[in-house]
Design a protein around this ligand. Structure first.
Ligand SMILES: Nc1ncnc2c1ncn2[C@@H]1O[C@H](COP(=O)(O)OP(=O)(O)OP(=O)(O)O)[C@@H](O)[C@H]1O
Length: 425
C-alpha cells in the first residue's frame, strides 16, 4: 500500500501494543528510514509527561524519527475516551499526507472487545463487523488508517515484547472498570475464554465473515446512496445533504441503509435503528408546513425544501463593531466572515455594526435597481434555511440596515471601489 514517497506514521502511545508495532517495523532498514513515531500527549494523566519522554527515548534508541503533539481534551467517563480519540485522529490527519499510511496497533483482543461492546449497544452489521484493517482516517480523508496487528493476539504481543526485552508504559486507567472497554477486557472476557477455551478462532472467523458481508453490502448500496446525496455549503451545515425524493424513490426496506450511508458520509458514526426510525417519522414524514428536527448528541438532523441536513449546534453570536477598512476576518457563530477588497461594487470602507438578524426586526433594505425588501423576502428569495436566519450576520451603518452579509447590499452604500463580504463555513 505504501507508495515510493509515502511515510509510515505510527501512533505511538508507549503502551505494549504500539511499542511492539514500532519495534517490529524498525527491524526493517528500508522501512525504518520512512518511519515516524507520532505521540499524542493528551494531558489527561499525571504521568503524561513521563510517557512522552519514554516515547521519545524509545524512538531515539531505535533510530526512528519522533514527533509529539499536545492536545487539550475535555469530558468525563466514556465521553472523555471518545474526545481523546477524536483529538488523536485530528493530530494524525494534520501530520499525514495522502502518500502516507497511519498505523495503529489495535490487535485481535481489541477487536473482540469492540465486537462485544457493540453487540450490547444493539449495533447492526456495520457495527458488529468491528474495526477494519484498512480504512480512510475520516470518511472524507485521503489518508489511510491501517491496523497491521488486527490478527495478532495480546498474548503474542506480550511474548514478542518479552523476547525483545522491550520496555513499555502502563496506562493506569486501563484497570479502571468505570470505562466500558476495561470492564469487558478485565472482567468478562477472561471468564468467557475460560469457559470457551480455544474458541478465539471461531470468533475471529465470525468477525472476518461479518467484515466481508459488510464490504459487499456497501458495494451494492453505493450507487443508491450516491443517488440520494447532494452537496450544499451552508455555514455550520455538513456539506452532504440527502434528497427525500430520491430516498422515497427506493424500496422502503432500503431506506434505513441509505440514511445510514448518508450519515456515515457526514461523519455521524453508526446511528441506532431507533434514531433512524425517528428521522423517518419525525423529520421525513412531518407535515409540509413544519421545520422538523431530531437532535442526535451534538448534531441535529433537519429538513428543508425536501432535503435532509446535518447541522452542528450553532454558537451564540454577539453584536460587534467592525472596521471594513482594516480587518478582514471576523468569527461568527462558529464560522468566519471574510471581508475582501474588490474592484466590483461593494461596501464603502468605514465602521459598521455587525449584528445577528434576530436583533434587527422590521428593518428593510433596497438592493440596487430592485424594490424594497424585508428580511423575510430575502431569506425566501435566497432559500436560506430557517435555522440560519436568526443568526445571519447583518451590517448596519448609523443604525440603518445596509447589508445582509454575503447576500445583498443596500443601494445607498454601493460605491465604485468597495468590499465583498462573505460568510464562510
Ligand atoms: N497517546 C497516543 N499517541 C499516539 N497514538 C496512540 C495514543 N494512544 C493510542 N494510540 C494508538 O491507538 C492504538 C489504540 O489505542 P487504544 O486502544 O488506547 O485507543 P482507542 O482509540 O481508544 O482504541 P479503542 O477504539 O480500541 O478504544 C494504539 O495501539 C496506538 O497505536
Amino acid at each position: 500500500m505504501l507508495g515510493e514517497e509515502g511515510r509510515l506514521i505510527v501512533g505511538f502511545s508507549g503502551g505494549l501494543d504500539s511499542s511492539v508495532l514500532l519495534h517490529a517495523l524498525a527491524q526493517n532498514d528500508g522501512l525504518k528510514a520512512r518511519l515516524i513515531a507520532l505521540h499524542v500527549h493528551h494531558g489527561l494523566s499525571p504521568n503524561a509527561d513521563v510517557w512522552e519522554a519514554h516515547c521519545q527515548a524509545v524512538s531515539e534508541n531505535l533510530g526512528v524519527a519522533f514527533i509529539s503533539a499536545r492536545v487539550t481534551v475535555t469530558g468525563d467517563g466514556n465521553g472523555i475516551e471518545q474526545a481523546a480519540r477524536n483529538a488523536r485522529y485530528d493530530v494524525f490527519q494534520q501530520h499525514a499526507n495522502s502518500h502516507d499510511l497511519v498505523l495503529v496497533a489495535h490487535h485481535n483482543d481489541d477487536q473482540v472487545e469492540t465486537f462485544f461492546q457493540r453487540l450490547f449497544r444493539g449495533s447492526g452489521l456495520t457495527g458488529l463487523a468491528s474495526m477494519a484493517a484498512v480504512r480512510p482516517l475520516f470518511d472524507d480523508s485521503d489518508v489511510l488508517l491501517v491496523r497491521p496487528l488486527l490478527h495478532v493476539s495480546r498474548k503474542q504481543l506480550e511474548a514478542y515484547a518479552q523476547a525483545q526485552q522491550l520496555a513499555w508504559v502502563e496506562d493506569e486507567s486501563n484497570t479502571d472498570t468505570r470505562y466500558e472497554r476495561n470492564w469487558w477486557r478485565n472482567e468478562l472476557l477472561p471468564q468467557i475464554w475460560q469457559r470457551f477455551t480455544g474458541r478465539e478462532e471461531s470468533l475471529k472467523r465470525t468477525l472476518e465473515q461479518l467484515q466481508s458481508d459488510q464490504a459487499l453490502l456497501q458495494e451494492l448500496l453505493k450507487p443508491e446512496i450516491d443517488a440520494c446525496i447532494a452537496y450544499c455549503d451552508w455555514p455550520g451545515t455538513n456539506e452532504l445533504i440527502c434528497s427525500i425524493a430520491a430516498l422515497n424513490d427506493k424500496p422502503k426496506h432500503h431506506r434505513p441503509y441509505l440514511l445510514r450511508g448518508w450519515l456515515a458520509g457526514c461523519g455521524v458514526p453508526m446511528p441506532s435503528a431507533a434514531m433512524l426510525e425517528r428521522i423517518q417519522r419525525e423529520v421525513i414524514e412531518a407535515a409540509e408546513d413544519r421545520n422538523p428536527q431530531v437532535v442526535l448528541g451534538d448534531i441535529c438532523v433537519r429538513r428543508y425544501q425536501q432535503h435532509l441536513y446535518v447541522t452542528r449546534q450553532l454558537d451564540d453570536v454577539t453584536p460587534c463593531i467592525i472596521d471594513l477598512g482594516s480587518n478582514t476576518r471576523f468569527p461568527w457563530a462558529g464560522s468566519t466572515i471574510t471581508v475582501t477588497n474588490t474592484s466590483e461594487e461593494g461596501l464603502a470602507s468605514g465602521r459598521y455594526d455587525l449584528i445577528p438578524a434576530y436583533s434587527c426586526v422590521g428593518q428593510t433594505l433596497r438592493p440596487a435597481g430592485r424594490p424594497q425588501k424585508t428580511l423575510k423576502h430575502i431569506w425566501q428569495e435566497n432559500s436560506i434555511p430557517p435555522w440560519l436566519r436568526d443568526r445571519w450576520p447583518l451590517l448596519l451603518q448609523d443604525g440603518k440596515l445596509c447589508a445582509v452579509v454575503g447576500i445583498c447590499n443596500d443601494q445607498s452604500v454601493v460605491v465604485a471601489h468597495g468590499y465583498a463580504v462573505k460568510w464562510l463555513s
